[in-house]
Design a protein around this ligand. Structure first.
Ligand code: GRF
Length: 215
């Protein structure tokens, strides 16, 4: 399966996906790392790993639709089968999402459907939640919405700040994103309406039913 990873800055999730794809038995290959931000730090890592990089700067376009058309045309030109959003900080238009329906996945640093949007760690702490975590899901036109592929639960400790919590969640993101990508590339993710199931009992345990409590 040919993958494009879309980033906007640091790209640590992209790095986790790149490392996973280096394994000989991994069923996916990253054919492009695309950024809307020419200064994204992750671009250098991708180039060092001989992965083609592409900048499509949203500032060069008059509106969201034109940017998304350019992005979509580029992804088609490199024959991508799946788009992985990894810290890509642009909302995609419904036209783009529908054109690539069931072929876009995203990682979000909360246990969706709780805490969609930005500043999720602060909001989880302020809400007094005992657990938060991260989610890999199939992308639908609504922000941070769509069938869930994998989640990891992370406890919120009494002395957590947004930064300490973000660090612990990020470790779990780097673990579950490659796992979810593998399941997807092996065609084990089945979508029924708004819900995804995993067609592999052992993997299903890992990806869905077991909350994973980190240190
Ligand atoms: C991650 O927390 C991801 O879940 C969110 O944005 C952050 C991006 O981090 N969507 P990185 O660029 O992957 O390091």
């Amino acid at each position: 399966m040919k993958i494009a990873v879309l980033i906007s800055s640091r790209g640590s999730n992209m790095q986790a996906l790149v490392k996973a794809c280096l394994a000989a038995d991994f069923p996916a290959e990253i054919v492009a790392v695309v950024s809307n931000n020419p200064d994204a730090a992750g671009l250098e890592f991708a180039a060092q790993h001989n992965i083609p990089t592409k900048v499509i700067n949203h500032r060069d376009f008059d509106n969201r639709e034109e940017f998304d058309t350019a992005l979509s045309d580029y992804l088609s030109s490199v024959k991508v089968n799946l788009i992985c959003l990894a810290g890509f900080m642009r909302l995609l238009t419904p036209d783009f999402v529908n054109r690539w329906r069931d072929r876009i996945i995203n990682i979000h640093p909360s246990l969706l459907p709780a805490f969609k949007g930005l500043h999720v760690h602060e909001r989880a702490i302020e809400a007094g939640a005992r657990f938060t975590g991260c989610t890999v899901h199939i992308v639908r036109p609504e922000m941070d919405d769509g069938p869930i592929i994998a989640q990891a639960a992370v406890p919120i400790l009494s002395d957590d700040t947004a930064d300490t919590l973000a660090d612990r969640i990020l470790k779990q993101e780097h673990r579950i994103y490659p796992m979810a990508l593998r399941l997807f590339a092996e065609n084990k993710v089945k979508i029924h309406g708004g819900v995804a199931t995993i067609e592999d009992a052992e993997q299903s345990e890992l990806a869905i039913t077991n909350p994973i409590v980190s240190d």
